[in-house]
Write a protein that binds this ligand. Sequence first.
Ligand code: A2R
Length: 317
Amino acid sequence: MTDLFTIAPLNPTIRAALDTAFTVHHVDDMDDPVAWLAENGAGIAYALTDGHYGIKPEYLAGLPDLKLVSSNGVGYDAIDTDTAVKRGVIVTHTPNVLNAEVATTTLMLLIACYRNFTLEVDHAVSGRWAETGNLPLSRSVDNRTIGILGLGRIGMEIARKLAPFNSKILYHTRTKRDVDYTYYDDLAAMARDADVLISIAPGGASTHHLVNADVMAALGPDGVLINVGRGSVVDEVALINALETGKLGMAGLDVFENEPHIPEALRKMRNVVLTPHIGSATVETRAAMAQLAVDNLLQHSKDGTVISPVPECASLL
Ligand code: A2R
């Protein structure tokens, strides 16, 4: 059997699939993974992780014969692809199979913001409706101008799922796409023209704090910010300030700068809707992602090819 170093927690289904082809060495079973790798790392060609855990530099260094890191998730900013490519290590991820789910999560947050959903639910279940009557009216999600930061696989699916709401779609990316939506090469200019800004761009240096105080001010007091991409894309301190001072209207957030920690200030606000990074977290979608992550490993161990490499690895294929 082929040795496999695993980093992220494994559910029983993935574990069973892996056990058919690999001898699994899981970090959680090791007192000191770095020491374990110093003794046993040579000869291990495969590693499995996810977008949250990535692979620490000391694990990469402890796996001198690594050929493939399979990551269960589409975002791979927690993996040092520069070092991997220099060492000839292929990195794979799980694109596309989660597009529809993350788009649904986006709509869920958007609707929850506009319709004051969490406050209305609390008003009903707390019994306060009978004591104090109705809450103020909420606002409609129909006919909004929606700016999408990152019109890639998931961004396109979000735009498609917004069609029944009669949304006007704007987008900002580094490269203009051949689509009917309106392109902005300037993010703040797009935010100025939009009711909603949806961030579904990847993490990493090029997107760090792209959504800053200026962009939030451009979105304005009635504006809604939805972040379903990566926490690092939004300046969280500026966000708290903008929400507290009314420069920004509302935020619906599924991702945060220091997960799983969410700043207390955000957790206390009434003009935010927060979810704990559940963009793709359904039984069906997580199963499809896990299967793809496992299939990349299985295929490479059979014939040296992979199904879904990250673009940075193109030169290795
Ligand atoms: O900039 P472009 O033309 O490469 O467009 C990509 C855009 N993007 C950016 N937009 C503005 N400034 C940047 N610095 C920047 N970097 C990337 O984000 C593209 O339109 C989009 C990413 O699309 P995909 O690569 O197809 O990723 P996918 O599958 O939609 O997932 C997006 C992210 C993941 O990386 C995870 O962080 C999260 O959603 O689950």
